[in-house]
Design a protein. Sequence first.
Length: 550
Amino acid sequence: MPDNELMAVAFPKFTADQMAGLGECSLCKPKKYRDGEALFRAGERDPRFYVVSSGQIEIVDESGDAPKSIVTHGPRAFAGDVSLISGRPAVVSGYARGATEVYEISPDALKQLLNHDPELGDMILQAFIARRQLLRDSATGFTGLRVLGSHLSQDTFHIRDFLTRNAQPFTWIDLDTDPAAKDLLRLFGLTEADTPVVSCGRHLVLKNPSTRELAEATGLRRLPPRKVYDLVVVGAGPAGLAAAVYGASEGLSTVVLEMMAPGGQAGRSMRIENYLGFAGGITGEKLIGQAVIQAGKFGASLPVGARVCGLSFDGSTNIVRLDSDEKVEARCLLIATGAEYRVLGVNGCEKYEGRGVYYAATPMEAKACAGAEVVVVGGGNSAGQAAVFLSRHAAKVYVVIRGDNLYKNMSSYLASRVEGTDNIEVQKNTVVQRLDGDGSLDWVELINRKNGEITRLACPAVFSFIGAVPRTDWLPTQIERDDKQFVKTGPGLASSPHWTAKRPPFFLETTRPGVFAAGDVRSGSVKRVASAVGEGAMAVQFVHEHLKDL
């Protein structure tokens, strides 16, 4: 069961003074419910925030085969979790137990309350975060969505990866090992050929969904109303989220468009130790999770599954085109799409992606290599963090680098830790030559570039971190890029034929007035989380300056 400290954070109560304040607050509406009446149901959009004044609210998980009680809120307790801040659908249901009186507060009014009373707001937000953590903890028995598919299936891996990165509670049923799998298939009238399948309770949700279909079904892809926004950010990595927090908190109407999940590469890091203010380190998941809630608290919209595929201009308005032919218009645009790791250039690599070849090392991937030997390819900080994390799960970790100096591209503290870990071995001047396996990855062949020596390892997992490619293929020619396709910015671009303003470009401004770039996607940027956050925050100041010109 969850520890007592987490339970205390998750289920606090309002003080008598705070309850009295609710009674005087115009945002809070007193309401009465009969015994058994539903206050909200799973899947409901924009559920209300409820504080119990008398009676009880029972929170029920209705996603499994039978309803299951999670917790009951009594007087001065409150119902809700992070869905109220993010705008996502509720994942549980709430029912009145006995004659119940509550204060009802809308999501928008809740955000006003959080920002008006920091002490109360902090208590509520910490409770919301802890409650979602409890739901994702298997010890609580919460079912959530059920993903039915084989551990050898790339499509199953992608669905699990999407739900995990978006903090959506779910239960995975392995088609190859779980006896309940065939019963579920029979229930839905499906065969193994139809998998992977996503279901909720006894209802089929989707068969082998795309990212967009899954985002729509789970309520993550909720595009904002059609209007011209002050700031549209493309990409929800550290730079994009920082811009969202500062932009929304300063009164700019702000939308962040994200294709896969908030966080980018940083969101999948198991330990960031050189980020200011976190002496003990912080996981990327926690850092990004807090940033998403922060942005939502100030009113930024963050739809997921919104794949941007084009940019055009109508006068001073920037028009962002999505894959669904929908459009989002903005006075200012921030390009914060980051960069993604290069595909491992080995024959057959794509065949094993998601079933032996991975581009992140998180607890989900670590399960694939428990007690085995694994390979980490790359000599940067991401590779070092992955190697140290995996060393706690794998029997041995081989770190493969092309050069002969681990300290060249890796922070000194991290390189020292890699070299000092007993079950990590650094293979210098080495590359992956061949991958082999039956359905999933079984063997990896390494070759030393200097002496030609070949090493063949029985290995179920290779983790690749070998440089990055910017996500800029959707940009038009008016946005100039360097020879590696990173976006150019700064005053030096004033002579560009695409620059139309009388003033020179701001430091983070591209060759199009009002279009900015920040983070890893920007040419010449420092590829660190703190740098990306700083640039995202700085970009908002330039947005204000451009809006003054308009």
